[in-house]
Design a protein. Sequence first.
Length: 364
Amino acid sequence: MRSYFKIMKLLNLNHKMKIRNLIGLNAFLMLVIFTLYFAMAPSPLDLVKISGNRILVNNSPYFIKGVCYHPVSKGDTKRSFDFLDKDLALMREAGINTIRLYEPVDDIAVLDKIEAAGIKLIIGFGYNQNGVFDIATGSYIDYIKKYKSHKSILMWELGNEYNYHPEWFDGDVKNWYTALNTATHLIHLEDPNHPVSTAHGDVPEAQALALNPNLDLWGLNVYRWDKPQSALKKWKQISSKPVYFSEVGADSYMKISKAGFEQGENQKAQATANANIVDAVLSHSHIASGLLIFSFTDGLWKAGNPDKQDVGGSAPNSSGVPYDGAPNEEFWGIVDIKRNKKQTFNAIKDRFINFSINNKKPQE
């Protein structure tokens, strides 16, 4: 009888050990599953916010070393990303960390490639784009809802030089400023994790600032020869918000001989101007939050036959374009339409690669 109880006791003990082992195994498996899940799950979005006159990404200062990007292939008039892989490789080589898009891109594969390249996006929205993610119909909010958690997003940007076009707003630019302020507020409600800006033609007047208290920062499209720093001096007098140059740059065609540069295609003139522009902005990084060079590639669609490169074209307030005061709209790329590097590519690369906002001492 004692033997029977001993045997039963041993069996019971063995059963408990099996249960404990099973519980331990289950706990281990659950740990493995959770570890794999969090390792494979998408990383949380980068938090972009404004502190003083600085842009912060995940609480670290972020300085825009960027380029405006609207790639249109030879013979076409519409944007395409057929050369995106090559373009991103060239941008990375040049030390570019930010791309400015003039209109949204509704293609997750494109956004994913840009994120994988370590480049941030400024996504632009137009006022009236026939209902396609535009401000007039409110459909821009649909885009923000869809992509606000994508890690490539740096900020949202509303409008491009609309202050030059009151005729688009019943002849009164105040109508645009009112719409801009309202749209900014609605974006803040939907997405508190990314700031909202606009691309203003040169430095805004007091009216624009007063009507747009909701804007987090301002972008300035500035063409003041090769001296954009004069705009920063004025900005510092009128606002404490962050400011960046949403467009600066020069083209590679001289309409006339001037300032020591010969008439005709002249890459040296472009490289000299862009080098001076970038140097000026970097030396004022205590005021400016960065710059975007206009533009990445030549645009054969702008001034005539998209099958060839034409001289001419028009742009508002272009008398300050270095060094001939003429826009020559199809010659602005830092690479040509075939993605050959122009002289300005290396001038920009040398400066972007060697600059870090984290190495700059605060200035007054």
